[in-house]
Design a protein around this ligand. Structure first.
Ligand SMILES: [Zn+2]
Length: 125
């Protein structure tokens, strides 16, 4: 039942993750481009008593998307780094403590370079 994680499988997982991440960036970017705060802002003016204009909402949504896109782009770099690591010998080991990351963890999170213990030590990513 437990099939050992081969480097080929690991790379395929990384490729898939990269494809999915790139696709979600494309979708968010398209949504971002469609949200034009100038246009939304010009729609209001008539309904001033609505509290919080549509332009504000659009701006808020754009900020949120921009932050998400930046995060996902960072994640793409993490994936690229993991792909590079997979060319070497230590791709199954934690980059911090050198202990095995663990195959279930690597399968679930192909881009990770830390074991659970070290990951818990690090506040974010
Ligand atoms: Zn570790």
């Amino acid at each position: 039942m437990t099939k050992s994680l081969t480097v080929a499988k690991h790379r395929a997982n990384l490729d898939q993750l990269e494809t999915e991440t790139a696709a979600s960036i494309a979708i968010m970017q398209a949504t971002y481009d469609e949200l034009d705060p100038e246009e939304a802002a010009s729609d209001v003016g008539a309904g001033e008593d609505e509290g919080g204009s549509e332009g504000d909402l659009t701006r808020f949504e754009r900020d949120r998307l921009r932050a998400r896109i930046a995060e996902e782009n960072l994640f793409l770099e993490v994936i690229a780094a993991a792909k590079l690591r997979s060319k070497g010998k230590g791709w199954k080991n934690c980059t911090k403590c050198a202990n095995p990351i663990g195959e279930p963890r690597l399968e679930a999170l192909p881009a990770t370079d830390l074991c659970v213990t070290c990951k818990a030590d690090r506040a974010n990513w």
